[in-house]
Each structure stands twice: as C-alpha cells, then as structure tokens.
Design a binder for this molecule. Structure first.
Ligand SMILES: Nc1ncnc2c1ncn2[C@@H]1O[C@H](COP(=O)(O)OP(=O)(O)O)[C@@H](O)[C@H]1O
Ligand SMILES: Nc1ccn([C@@H]2O[C@H](COP(=O)(O)OP(=O)(O)O)[C@@H](O)[C@H]2O)c(=O)n1
Length: 208
C-alpha cells in the first residue's frame, strides 16, 4: 500500500506520515529532505543554486537511507530547497529515486508537495494536510525554539508564505491537492487528533 501525504510548509505532513507509517507497518520517506539534501550540498560547496547539471549530479549521489532532518532543518536550507525545486531535470531525478523507494514491498508513506499528483498518482490513499498560515508559523517557531535555534513568529510566517507561494506557482509539479485527495485541516487539532482523523480516512478508503 502506498499513502501519499502532501501539503504546505509546516502543515504537519511529516509528523502524520511518520505516525501513519508506524501504524500500518509501512516505510516512510520525507521527500522534502531529498530537495533539502541537494540544496545543502550545493550551499556547502558554494555552488550556484540555478546550475541544474550540478544539482542533478548531486541528486544521483543521494543516499535515501542517510537523510538527517536535524542537519537539514535550517531556514536557509529550506529556502534554497524551494529555489532548486523549480528545476525540472532535478525533479525528474529525485522523483525517480522517490518512486523506487515507494515501489518496494510492503509499500510506503511518502510526504511532500507532489506525491499525489506526480510521484505516486496511483497511491491507495491521498491526504492533503493543511493548517492556517498563523498556526503553521506558530508550530514551526515552537519547533525551532525547542531545538535551541533562533526564531520569531513574524519572520517564520513570512518565510513559510514566500515558500508556499513559490511552491504553488512553479510550472513543474506545483503544490496542489490531487483531485482525489482527502483534505485534512489540522488548524484546530492537536497531533493525536490529527493522527486519528488521518487513520479514519485511510481505513474508510481501504474498506470502500
Ligand atoms: N496537529 C498538530 N498540532 C500541533 N503541532 C503540530 C501538529 N502537527 C505537527 N505539529 C508540529 O508542527 C511542527 C511542524 O510539523 P511537521 O510534521 O514537521 O510539518 P511538515 O512536515 O508539514 O513541514 C512540528 O514541530 C510538529 O511537531
Ligand atoms: N515533494 C516535494 C518535497 C519538497 N519540495 C521542495 O522542498 C522544500 C522543502 O520541503 P520540506 O517538506 O522539507 O519543507 P517543510 O514543509 O518541512 O518546511 C519545499 O519548500 C519545496 O520547494 C518539493 O518541491 N517537492
């Protein structure tokens, strides 16, 4: 079984994906980390973010087993990830890796921006997680502060909105719900409530 979870920045899709994968005994891939890892490698080498050939070569060396969210979680890397995510050839390369991961038994939960629309259009269940921009900014700010990083609500909100606008307006694989995605607005839900709502959706789709 493949479960696709998409949504804007800090909507809780990664948290849901991890818990749903554990609940159903599936593997999990946070596809945002694949874009972040390429961006981080380019930044570390001082390479321009618009050089598609270098970005593709970097993607070919990615090891999906060693993507570390802690190391890749910074604002700068997230911003650079969304800038390289407009490159069609890079997306093609990363989608190839992501599909290979998804195709291995017993199946997987993938979260990102284009899982239901491009990477796994035949996924058994598609969720689109949202929450209001202010709620998402509050959650991301709390997350950064809890890790001892600097963060203020206004800056984080502006960062998320800029990234969402770029991700939604790009011509290749823009952020949008698949036509058959189930929308899950978690603005008023805590993590446990959101997880239970997601499991209810998955179970009802499987039973249908
Ligand atoms: N329903 C929720 N209520 C409160 N906090 C949440 C909820 N879902 C996720 N979070 C928290 O919000 C932050 C962002 O969640 P995350 O799953 O990383 O989002 P995404 O993968 O969409 O960027 C994390 O610190 C997470 O613990
Ligand atoms: N499937 C995906 C996943 C991420 N991305 C890009 O990678 C960036 C970082 O993704 P992420 O999921 O790690 O970001 P957060 O939602 O965790 O802040 C996004 O802003 C997108 O530009 C994408 O284009 N397609």
């Amino acid at each position: 079984m493949i479960i696709a979870i998409d949504g804007p920045a800090a909507s809780g899709k990664g948290t849901l994906a991890r818990r749903i994968a554990a609940h159903y005994g599936l593997r999990h891939l946070d596809t945002g980390l694949t874009y972040r890892a390429v961006a981080a490698a380019l930044l570390a080498r001082g390479m321009p973010l618009g050089d598609e050939a270098v970005a593709i070569a970097t993607a070919r060396n990615l090891d999906l087993g060693h993507l570390d969210r802690e190391l890749l979680s910074s604002h700068e890397i997230g911003e650079a990830a969304s800038r390289i995510a407009v490159l069609p050839g890079l997306r093609e390369e990363l989608v190839r890796l992501q599909r290979a991961f998804a195709s291995e038994p017993p199946g997987a939960v993938l979260d990102g921006r284009d899982i239901g629309t491009v990477v796994c259009p035949d996924a058994a269940v598609k969720l689109y997680a949202t929450a209001s921009p202010t709620e998402r900014a509050k959650r991301r700010t709390a997350e950064l502060l809890s890790k001892g990083k600097e963060a203020d609500l206004e800056t984080v909100l502006a960062d998320l909105q800029r990234r969402d606008a770029r991700d939604s307006s790009r011509s290749v694989a823009p952020l949008k719900p698949a036509e058959d995605a189930h929308l899950l607005d978690t603005s008023e839900m805590d993590i446990e409530t959101a997880f239970k709502a997601a499991v209810d959706i998955v179970d009802s789709v499987r039973a249908a």
